[in-house]
Design a protein around this ligand. Structure first.
Ligand code: SF4
Length: 375
């Protein structure tokens, strides 16, 4: 029977971080209540009590910054509208300074069983520099509160490649997170997006990014350190204790269908990729219409093929050549015979049970490998 994932977007934050270009706002918090009403209407449009949901990801923005009672109202609407599997992974994203015991208990009661905390770094000076409004101590407190509420499946997001960040900062951060026994750790490299405060600071010469080789050594250190501490790298930036890989992430990389609700949320359902109105006001105003979707497109076989390669190669599961042949009538071992042989003999790819899997070295040049396979 068909099952899907669900993504919910809450575009509200206490303040805007210096590197952030996500769809999030810190000056529209008076709209939180009307936003929730619009969200409930959107969910209702897709109501199908027979549709099995095996993962829910409540992201943002900062969902933990929403008013008390918001998440339980949302979850009860989801349960009325869909068949949420009893084993479904239900995640909420939070920032350390907006976690309270009251909220964490509300989440637990509402069926949330996984929390993803944005720490980024344990160095308070760096946190200030990148515009985060919490400290290392807030993070430690938040983990304690979440555990006290009875939720033990905890992810922590970390950033590397920050201006003024040293390898020792990465060591201290990962040492803290592993000592707190998080089940999952994401280590992302800072990407400087246009029109963010950090890009202006870099342009003005007020800050400098670490050299590429320094950032690479931070990443290599993180991979080694986390492996030694019992975390499996199952995707370029994601590490988990055995059995704690994020179902929501895996869905995305395996091109599974999901419904996206909320401002700017994307969904992929019945072979249609869609995105909702991005700004909060347009999204709320769409409540009076029959749709919140701003754009949609049907994926062509070529798009699907390219995305299957691109997303599959990001994971330790790689791409299944039999599946590619079955779904796209393409025999990659024939059409890309020389390319694959070269990538394997240079140590970038391995072939295991007819699956092409990037090696450790391959993970560091993934974009190049993907380009060679899809061009
Ligand atoms: S908390 Fe997250 S979404 Fe909000 S401003 Fe910071 S990086 Fe952006």
């Amino acid at each position: 029977m068909k099952s899907v994932g669900i993504y919910i977007h809450f575009p509200f934050c206490a303040s805007k971080c210096n590197y952030c270009n996500f769809n999030s706002y810190s000056d529209k918090n008076d709209l939180q209540k009307s936003y929730l009403q619009a969200l409930l209407k959107e969910i209702n449009l897709y109501k199908d009590p027979k549709l099995i949901v095996d993962s829910v990801f409540i992201g943002g923005g900062t969902p933990s910054f929403m008013f008390d009672g918001c998440i339980s109202t949302l979850m009860s609407e989801l349960r009325k509208s869909f068949a949420i599997d009893s084993d479904a992974e239900v995640t909420i994203e939070c920032n350390p300074n907006s976690v309270t015991l009251q909220k964490a208990r509300e989440w637990k009661e509402a069926g949330i069983n996984r929390v993803s905390i944005g720490l980024q770094t344990s160095n308070d000076n760096l946190l200030k520099l990148i515009g985060r409004v919490h400290t290392k101590k807030d993070y430690i407190n938040a983990v304690g509160i979440i555990r006290d509420s009875g939720i033990n499946n905890i992810n922590t997001d970390c950033l590397i490649g920050l201006p003024r960040q040293k390898l020792t900062d990465v060591k201290h951060t990962l040492s803290l997170v592993t000592k707190l026994n998080c089940t999952h750790i994401s280590v992302y490299s800072l990407i400087v997006e246009k029109e963010t405060k950090i890009s202006t600071m870099l342009e003005k010469g007020e800050l400098k990014l670490p050299k590429e080789e320094k950032s690479l050594s931070m990443y290599e250190f993180a991979c080694r350190y986390l492996r030694e501490n019992g975390y499996i790298k199952y995707e370029v930036s994601n590490f988990a204790k055995r059995g704690f890989e994020c179902v929501h992430n895996l869905h995305t990389w395996q091109m599974c269908e999901y419904l996206g609700f909320g401002a700017g949320a994307h969904g992929y359902y019945n072979n249609i990729r869609y995105s909702n109105y991005k700004d909060i006001e347009s999204y709320i105003n769409a409540s009076s219409k029959k749709s919140f979707v701003e754009q949609k497109e049907k994926l062509t076989p070529t798009q699907k093929f390219e995305e299957t390669i691109m997303l599959g190669l990001r994971t330790k599961f790689g791409i299944d050549l039999d599946e590619i042949k079955k779904n796209f009538k393409i025999d990659l071992l024939k059409t890309k015979h020389n390319t694959i042989n070269n990538l394997m003999s240079n140590g970038f790819l391995s072939l295991v049970y007819n699956k092409l899997i990037p090696t450790e070295l391959g993970f560091t040049v993934l974009n190049k490998i993907i380009l060679e396979l899809v061009s």
